[in-house]
Design a protein around this ligand. Sequence first.
Ligand code: PLP
Length: 398
Amino acid sequence: MTASVPGNSDIRARLGLRPVINVAGTMTALGASIIHPEAVAAMAAIAGEFVEIDDLQRRASACIARATGAGAGFVTASSSAAITLAVAGTMTGADLHAIERLPRRTGDNPREVILQAGHAVNYGAPVAQAVRLAGARVVLAGDVGMAMDYHVAGAITERTAAVLHVVSHHVMGYGQLSLSEVVAVCRPRRIPVIVDAASEYDLRGFLTEGADLVIYSGHKFLSGPTSGIVAGRKDLVRAAYLQNRGIGRGMKVGKESVAGVMAALDAWAARDHAAIRTREGAALALWRAALDGQPGIAARIVPDPTGNPLDRLEVAVTPESGFSAAGLARALAAGTPPVIVRDDEADLGHIHLDPCNLHEGEAATVADALRTVMAAPRAADALAPAPRDATAALRWPD
Ligand SMILES: *Cc1c(COP(=O)(O)O)cnc(C)c1O
């Protein structure tokens, strides 16, 4: 998406890292996104300067307010940190003593956070843990595939600090309450609704629908540095910001990330989104053509499940191809250069190719990689499913 050097592999070679091509999406495990050149410039410009951080975050607040329509906002170390700080803010308000006591509760401050059971996802870590880190207790509403308004209403007590509403492809795809249905339950009861929209493009809609706080990622579609954004009602944003004097200290964000996110937000407003969409569409067409006629492979273009303006190529894999879906993902990851695909639904017999993080020229490289693995002899484990154990993770640092 930027004019960066194709492949930009020099530092990776120096560090002994594989020059991976990312068709998985904005993944923390792959370094999130390509940081926009304007954000890189802002980060470099501020790196050697002293600033008054509260003032820098005041400027960020104005910038976030402009981009989202919120009353205020601030930048955090990550979206996960933003969830913890937002939840903590709904527990303590602006009570500085209560803030320093967290994760212990002060007096009868509320401490329960309601989460639809189908929203208890794992984005690389459990969302419920980000809530518990604040000292809150998670109260699940409904069951995995079925939540009704009475489940949320019935879970609300005088101990309720907030309802957390997660918007994500990880969330159960059916039987969930929409944000406006959640707001309809919470608003009359004066329960704040926090929306985790870390992976969403829409910077305004959730607040318009009645969310009190919305969490965005700085490093996903915005292409900023690793960071998160809290935006929303000014009193709640302030309460969340004040957590930097308490549990937020261990999650602190640096000046370079705050400046980088501000530049990324400005660049987002100026970006030619239609041209990017067209380029992404061309990549999908190229990949579909590369797979055309392959036995046991059926590729189709699918929209983003949460409605982001982004399509992906869904590649359905049957054993006739000599691969399982996970086996095809492994073969591409083992190639030269390694191509890392979106494989979270491999158990369903398909993988996705995501075009939103490509450098110039990489779409063609991926098409070549697809042809190469299809023509190559199959590895011994090509038909094996994705392992359900953590052996590989537990080998680190070896
Ligand atoms: C990515 C993501 C997160 C975590 O974001 P980080 O900034 O990596 O902490 C949280 N929630 C959702 C829905 C996400 O997609």
